[in-house]
Design a protein around this ligand. Sequence first.
Ligand SMILES: [Fe+2]
Length: 264
Amino acid sequence: MSRTLWVVSDLHVTWSANRKRVERLHPADPGDWLIVAGDVAEDIDVVVDTLATLRRRFSRVIFTPGNHELFAKRHDRFRGRERYRVLVELLRAVGVDTPEDPYPVFGGVTIAPLFTLYDYSFRDPGHTATQAMNAARTARAMLDDTLYIEPFVDVATWCQERVAYSRKRLEQIDGPTLLVNHWPLVVEPTHALRQPELALWCGATSTRDFATRYQAVAVIHGHLHMPRELIVEGIPHVDVSLGYPFEQRYQHPRAWPLPGLRIA
Ligand SMILES: [Fe+2]
């Protein structure tokens, strides 16, 4: 019997149509694994419950958070870095792999869930980050991260630390990898954004060499809600977002979830 590693992202289960799709998400074989590349929901309890349910169905569930898991309000108990730490602990307790755990290996491929955030470097090289941010504000092209994440943590500094941490761990790996991140690792997927200013919140230029340097068979990401595969420097970068129900209406029907890897 062959085993499959399925890949999904941006489940946004707060939307009932998406919650119903996730309720129908089952492995083809009991030995199948599942990757969830962030944006399950905003509420930590909902994120943990959803992933715990999936973990009872799939033999292994590998998760990396997206921006929506970090969304918090001033009165919330956990915000910023603390929110991430708490989420990791709760997910470990229900048997879900996080970016803080040893990287699992599927059919000889090391699965590396990263969490490298963004640092506003996906911008016109002629602009400083502040100029680019002002242009985004003028164009009314900003993500809610400015309201629900950035008041509680310096994301650019955290991003820099996460890139260094990830690089250190990736350097230890021998052989092929499957890199998993909520945000794209290269800028090209953001070129299709209808509002180009939004790219500021979509990744960091410092991860550009990850795929080639760490022998990625593919990069799995979400965040853009534009499901497709883009080949960059010979390596597939695959947006596996489910996205919001109103977006799905305008997308070409496709198989979901996608198989990321298969072993006989
Ligand atoms: Fe999303």
